[in-house]
Design a protein around this ligand. Structure first.
Ligand code: HH2
Length: 270
């Protein structure tokens, strides 16, 4: 999943694709680089970000969704917590709603997803983007996030969403300290055992920067390490900014891990 932020203030690419033309060029490039999905967002969720008003989010997002839909043949995901924004984006061609509030930000979102049949990403976050990094606390982050994701999936199903529409995401960097992000990555397979596709959004995040002491645009090798672990531990979708490098990383790691699985089957059958 290639990230296309049409925001002035995103933490790594704010302002880079602020015209429809530049956004479309970047989407085309991500398709050429091997992306399978384009995730378009018009509201930054970086730590400390202020919420964006609905009219402004629509003004930034909808022309880009329409133009990207014309220009590329990939499914489009929209990164929004607002049902009214998601509705217009779906009408413009989006097939996935990436809701970082896991249907808790807008009471109308679950109904919209159930009614339209689009896929939905349910992500874990402790707090809100404005406050989430102030003092995140967990007993055991992997257990708590797993319980949360299971409950949100059950709630989604109770609201009429089919299990096949659901994608889960533990939410790297969303109300998580360094040790929480590393623990979630080390035990990422706990999330894949829930029985839904799982998305990992590690791209360029601070916890990688803390380890390699590099600014956001110099974290490609660090990202590759995190992506490799997520793929090895069963992640189905990787949300990234550097599509070509991460696609190649994921392709190599998943080929190796498929081989490991088939050889262990052969051994146990022998
Ligand atoms: N991370 C960001 C935004 N949306 N969605 C999901 N499902 N998972 C994530 O990990 C995730 C997400 C933050 O990254 P980015 O979009 O680059 O930055 P910003 O929120 O500042 O626009």
């Amino acid at each position: 999943m290639g990230v296309l932020n049409v925001t002035p203030d995103s933490f790594s690419d704010g302002g880079a694709y602020s015209t429809v033309e530049r956004a479309v060029d970047h989407a085309r490039q991500m398709q050429a680089d091997g992306a399978d999905i384009i995730d378009i967002g018009a509201e930054s969720s970086r730590p400390g970000a202020e919420p964006v008003e609905e009219g402004e989010e629509l003004r930034r997002l909808i022309p880009v969704v329409e133009a990207v839909r014309e220009a590329v043949s990939l499914p489009i995901s929209v990164d929004t917590m607002k049902a009214a924004v998601a509705r217009l984006a779906i009408q413009a061609g989006a097939l996935i709603v990436n809701d970082i509030s896991a249907l808790q930000g807008d009471p109308l979102m679950a109904g919209l997803v159930a009614e339209t049949g689009v896929a939905v990403v349910l992500m874990h976050m402790q707090g809100t983007p404005r406050t989430m990094q102030r003092s995140p606390r967990y007993g055991n982050v992997v257990e708590e996030v797993t319980v949360f994701l299971r409950q949100r999936a059950q709630e989604a199903i109770a609201r009429g969403i089919r299990p096949t529409q659901i994608i889960l995401d533990p939410g790297f960097g969303f109300g998580k300290l360094q040790e929480h992000n590393l623990h979630m990555l080390a035990e990422f397979d706990a999330f894949t055992k829930l029985g839904y596709p799982v998305l990992a959004g590690v791209s360029r995040k601070q916890f990688i920067g803390n380890l390699i002491r590099q600014p956001v645009h110099e974290r490609e090798f660090g990202n590759a390490g995190a992506v490799a672990v997520a793929v090895l531990k069963g992640a189905h979708i990787i949300r990234v900014h550097d599509v070509r490098a991460m696609k190649e990383t994921a392709t190599v790691v998943s080929a190796i891990s498929r081989h490991a699985r088939s050889s262990s089957v052969e051994v146990s059958n022998a």
